[in-house]
Design a protein around this ligand. Structure first.
Ligand code: FES
Length: 349
């Protein structure tokens, strides 16, 4: 008979873990997933503090000596060996769609800028891919190289899905996408994955989305879903701050696409270059002057909203931006449970 351990969390949820199962997998099985992304010990998003009980590590955890001393663990790397109590903000009643593996073909390749490619993938007619906006997939090409990419649309559209790929110099997968890929190429898809999902605590709150580069893709999917939320679930305000180094980095016309459908949305294209020149402004051809600013996305957020008590922040982009934003915003009063992030899973190296 297999042993089970009970895991309880500070959000008031309890679930069972089978012997040998990771704490994260047990939470997913119980439809109360702990925040996570990679499920393989790399991203750190499943980190929680153990308040009581014993756990055992399956693999190396990327934790600082201080975090280890403070009883932090990665839930994707550990199993409970007794009843445990953890400080975790689980999602509740969320049945994450089952991750599946299926073939898919390239339906279209469109250059959105010099270094960003939109890829539309066609799914097999009889296959079904369920995902939640904000999730990502892994794509493997015929050379066996795989990378993770966020889904840029809220749902499957006529058996197709969309991802955005950034060109990375000397990146093996990037080389495939930008120099070899052609329509009808066959690839393998695995997913969906991750919990970069809209939480149910955004009603009447000020909602901020921070993105750099193609980190805008999953945020675009989340924004598409906001339109359909009932009035009493709507946030009080929505602000998107999208950072880039040059005008061309803003490869989507978010203002044109979203302003008509979402009330109270404010979109800012943030140039992080220290010298904002007239040329760089003119490159943002689709935006009007009220939508650009100069500076780092996290600093702009703070200058717009110094009081973060009523705010919820979703960030996707470079790890540098995410780490800095998390530190800065929490230091300035944002509840750490109200900062949700996903790493740069759509970069395409
Ligand atoms: S480190 Fe656990 S989900 Fe990424």
């Amino acid at each position: 008979m297999s042993n089970k351990n009970i895991i309880s969390t500070t959000s008031g949820i309890s679930f069972e873990q089978q012997e040998g199962q990771t704490i994260l997998d047990a939470s997913i099985e119980a439809a109360s997933p702990i925040n996570h992304s990679c499920r393989s010990g790399r991203c750190g998003f499943c980190k929680v503090k153990v308040l009581s009980g014993e756990t055992l590590a399956y693999r190396q955890e990327e934790l600082t000596p201080q975090e280890i001393e403070d009883n932090y663990i990665l839930t994707c790397a550990r199993t409970a060996i007794s009843t445990i109590h953890i400080d975790a903000d689980n999602l509740t009643k969320v049945n994450l769609p089952k991750s599946v593996t299926m073939p898919c073909g390239i339906a279209a390749l469109t250059l959105l800028s010099n270094d960003v490619l939109k890829v539309v993938l066609r799914l097999p007619l009889i296959a079904r891919l369920d995902y939640l906006p904000g999730q990502y997939i892994d794509i493997t090409n015929s050379y066996g190289i795989y990378r993770s990419y966020s889904l840029a649309k809220a749902k499957v559209d006529e058996q197709t899905i969309e991802i955005h790929i950034r060109k990375i110099e000397q990146g093996a997968m990037s080389n495939y996408w930008f120099n070899q890929a052609k329509v009808n190429d066959l690839l393998t898809l695995q997913g969906p994955k991750g919990t970069f999902l809209l939480r149910d605590n955004i009603a009447k709150k000020d909602l901020y989305f921070l993105a750099t580069g193609t980190g805008i893709a999953p945020i675009h999917a989340l924004l598409e879903t906001l339109e359909y939320l009932p009035e009493n679930h709507q946030p009080r305000s929505i602000t998107v701050i999208w950072g880039g180094r040059k005008g061309e980095d803003f490869y989507m016309d978010l203002v044109g696409e979203l302003s008509n459908n979402l009330k109270n949305i404010h979109i800012i294209y943030a140039l992080s270059n220290s010298h904002l020149t007239q040329t760089s402004l003119e490159e943002i051809t689709f935006s009007n002057s009220s939508h650009y600013a100069q500076g780092y996305v996290q600093k702009l957020l703070l200058s717009l909203q110094p009081n973060l008590a009523n705010s919820r922040v979703y960030a996707c982009g470079s790890p540098l931006m995410i780490n800095d934003a998390q530190e800065l915003l929490i230091e300035n009063g944002l509840d750490e449970k109200h900062f949700l992030a996903d790493a740069f899973v759509s970069s395409g190296a």
